[in-house]
Structures are given as structure tokens and as C-alpha cells.
Design a protein around this ligand. Structure first.
Ligand code: UD1
Length: 354
């Protein structure tokens, strides 16, 4: 069996790591196509180094652009790649423009598509990621759901007979990296005492593209009661510069994006996380660090139901959410047991035959 993974953005490199190693363990031929959506070394290359991911077989070098330009460039480039490598499965990850482009290219050329992290829904049609998810799930031959909630969404949309729950591959990689960080005694963020800082990331279009909203979010972070280390995604830096909004104000301190092991280490000893990232909400929960999410909704509803995540769509609500009492301990495992990637590879073999 030949599996061709298509990735392009930071969270996809994290999910790719356990898949690449599960494929190698199972003796499955695995090729990697990097679309080039993320090209900054800190958003791309360091993940391949730190998570021991094999080098991509193909790099499309697409880079940034408006949605249509970026997605279209990937779509145009994928045809020749698929024609040359003729995989049994095209595996696409999550909800980015790279995911959608690869899925559309593959189904049109009659290559089987499996969608990892299928069935997530925000039900917010203003999010570019929501269109990417829905369209990819409906194009896919196999939907690999991370949770029971995601599986229910797929069933509600009539996709139950091509969907299965495999667990969340981000849990696999997070647990492995957490154990490495603990073994190396590397918990923490250099320069900051444990429990004395918050970790923040803001990058989603819905939070960065309206200058009034971006300004209000950063002001609310700047007023928190401890240093807030904001790991600045290029989109955030670019939008702040464009609109003349200071990234460092009050308690806010800008920090370049962290490498994955450093992010895990820094999260573990933070007093809390404030974010609009999908992955970090879940990582905080898995590390049992309280999270506040600056969005109107989340796809990872389990984190909210279990009390470890609180939504603060209005920047005025961030401080109260951050100051809430520590949530009750739980041993719930809504995101699986850390062995999802092996299940993904097994499912691909099984569904190849069918
Ligand atoms: C993309 C995903 C989002 C995901 C995020 C993770 C889509 C629609 N969005 O958002 O779901 O959570 O990745 O980070 O696919 N830029 C750089 N260097 C880079 C990459 C981007 O400077 O390496 C700049 C671009 O010039 C652009 C901005 O960041 O101005 C946005 O990049 P883009 O890849 O379009 O989307 P993200 O915001 O990263």
C-alpha cells in the first residue's frame, strides 16, 4: 500500500509525525507532499527536525496568497504529483487550504482520499476552516474521526457508512513529546518562573483581520495580572504592523513561535493558556492546564464540557475567564489513548481492500 500525505501548515506537521512513524512501523510506503502554505522555518522546517519527520518527497512551494489564489495554485500543482506517484490513498489533514486543494485534486483524478480529523464542526460559516472541513469530508472516501462527537456530525450529514473513529493523532505526539520533555527535565519557559506567566497565541482571521477586534483582544491580554507571552504567528505580526497596533503593551510580551517541544514545555509550567488555536486548546487540556479560547465557539467541545476550556468571544470577558478557579481534575480521555496513528494505518489497509 502506498499512502501519500499532503500537508502545508504548522498543525499538519505535528499530526504528520505519528502517521509517518506508524506507516514506517507497519512497512507501508509513505510519501509526503509539502504544499508550502507555511514556509517560515519556525512554522515548518523545525517541526520536521524536532519530530523526526522524513523530508517531503515533493515540495510545491506555493506560499501565501488570497484563499482562491493559494488553494488554486495547490490544486493546479497536485495533478502532476498524483499522476506521477499514483498512491493507493491520499491522506489529508485537518482544515486548511492545503487540505481542501489536495482532496479536490485527488477525487477528480479518482484517487482514494482519507480525511484525518474529519467531522469537526464549528457551525460558523464565516470561518475559512469550516468550509475546508465540510467540503473535504464530503469529498473523502474515508473520514477518520478523532472523537465520538465528530463521528455524530458525520452521521448527521449522511456520511456514517464511510466514517470511523480512530482517536486523535495529536494526542499521540503530545504524549510522546511530553514524556521526552519530562525525561530531559526541560519543563518551563526560559526566563519565566513556573506558574508566573500566561501563554497566548492569536492568529485566526476572525481575530486578526478586523483591526478594532485585534486591538481589543491585545488590550485585554495586556491587562492580565501576570506576564502574557504571546507566541507571535506571522499573520499576527503582519496585521499589527499594518494597523499600527502595538504587540507589546501592558503585560504582553512578544515571542517568536516556539518549536513544538518548547511549546509543550512552556505550556506545562504556565498559569494558563489564552488562544484561538484549535490544537493548543486540546494540548492545554491534555496537559491539564486551564485554557481560555478567544472565539465564539470551539470544535473541541469536550474541553469546555470538562471545564478545562472557557470561551471568551468578547475580549472584555477574557480576564474573568483566565481568573476562574482551577477546574476539577478528570481522567476523561475524549481524544483517545495516544495510539490513533496506528489505527489510521490499519484502517487504510482495511479500506483499501474494500
Ligand atoms: C492557516 C490555516 C489555519 C491554521 C493555521 C495554523 C487556512 C485557511 N488557515 O492559517 O486553519 O490554524 O494555518 O498556523 O488554511 N505567513 C508567513 N509565513 C508563513 C506562513 C504564512 O509570513 O510561513 C503569513 C502570510 O503571508 C499570510 C498569513 O501569514 O499573510 C496567513 O498565512 P496562511 O497560510 O494563509 O494562513 P494562516 O493564518 O497561517
Amino acid at each position: 500500500m502506498k499512502v501519500l500525505s499532503v500537508v502545508g501548515a504548522r498543525p499538519q506537521f505535528v499530526k504528520l509525525a505519528p502517521i509517518a512513524s506508524a506507516a514506517a512501523e507497519a512497512g507501508v510506503e509513505h510519501l509526503i507532499v509539502h504544499t508550502g502554505q507555511h514556509y517560515d522555518p519556525l512554522l515548518s522546517d523545525v517541526f520536521f527536525e524536532d519530530l523526526s519527520i522524513p523530508k517531503p518527497t515533493v515540495h510545491l512551494g506555493v506560499g501565501s496568497g488570497s484563499h482562491g489564489v493559494q488553494t488554486g495554485a495547490m490544486l493546479g500543482a497536485m495533478d502532476a504529483v498524483l499522476d506521477e506517484h499514483r498512491p493507493d490513498w491520499v491522506l489529508v489533514y485537518g482544515d486548511t487550504n492545503s487540505t481542501l486543494a489536495a482532496a479536490v485534486s485527488a477525487v477528480k483524478l479518482h484517487f482514494k482520499v482519507a480525511h484525518l480529523e474529519a467531522g469537526l464542526r464549528s457551525f460558523n460559516r464565516r470561518m475559512p476552516e469550516e468550509h475546508n472541513r465540510v467540503l473535504t469530508d464530503h469529498a473523502a472516501d474515508l473520514c477518520l474521526a478523532p472523537t465520538e462527537v465528530a463521528m455524530r456530525h458525520l452521521a448527521d450529514e449522511g456520511l456514517a457508512d464511510r466514517s470511523i473513529v480512530v482517536g486523535d493523532v495529536m494526542t499521540d505526539v503530545l504524549y510522546q513529546v511530553r514524556d521526552r520533555v519530562l525525561a530531559a527535565d526541560a519543563v518551563g519557559l526560559p526566563g519565566y518562573a513556573a506558574g508566573e506567566y500566561y501563554l497566548a497565541t492569536i492568529h485566526r482571521a476572525e481575530n486578526t483581520d478586523d483591526p478594532a477586534r485585534l486591538r481589543a483582544i491585545l488590550e485585554s491580554l495586556g491587562r492580565l495580572d501576570r506576564p502574557v507571552v504571546v507566541m507571535a504567528h506571522p499573520r499576527l505580526v503582519a496585521k499589527c504592523a499594518e494597523h499600527g497596533i502595538p504587540l507589546e503593551q501592558g503585560a504582553l510580551l512578544a515571542h517568536p513561535p516556539l518549536r513544538y517541544p518548547d511549546l509543550v514545555a512552556a505550556t506545562m509550567s504556565s498559569a494558563g493558556v489564552v488562544t484561538d488555536s484549535g490544537g493548543l486548546q486540546k494540548e492545554a487540556f491534555l496537559l491539564r492546564v486551564p485554557c481560555t479560547t478567544v472565539r465564539t465557539e470551539t470544535e473541541w467541545v469536550e474541553t469546555v464540557e470538562l471545564g478545562w476550556n472557557r470561551l471568551a468571544a468578547d475580549p472584555a470577558d477574557v480576564a474573568a475567564a483566565v481568573a476562574r478557579p482551577r477546574p476539577a481534575d478528570t481522567d476523561a480521555e475524549p481524544y483517545g489513548d495516544g495510539r490513533a496513528a496506528a489505527r489510521v494505518i490499519a484502517a487504510l489497509s482495511e479500506w483499501s481492500a474494500g
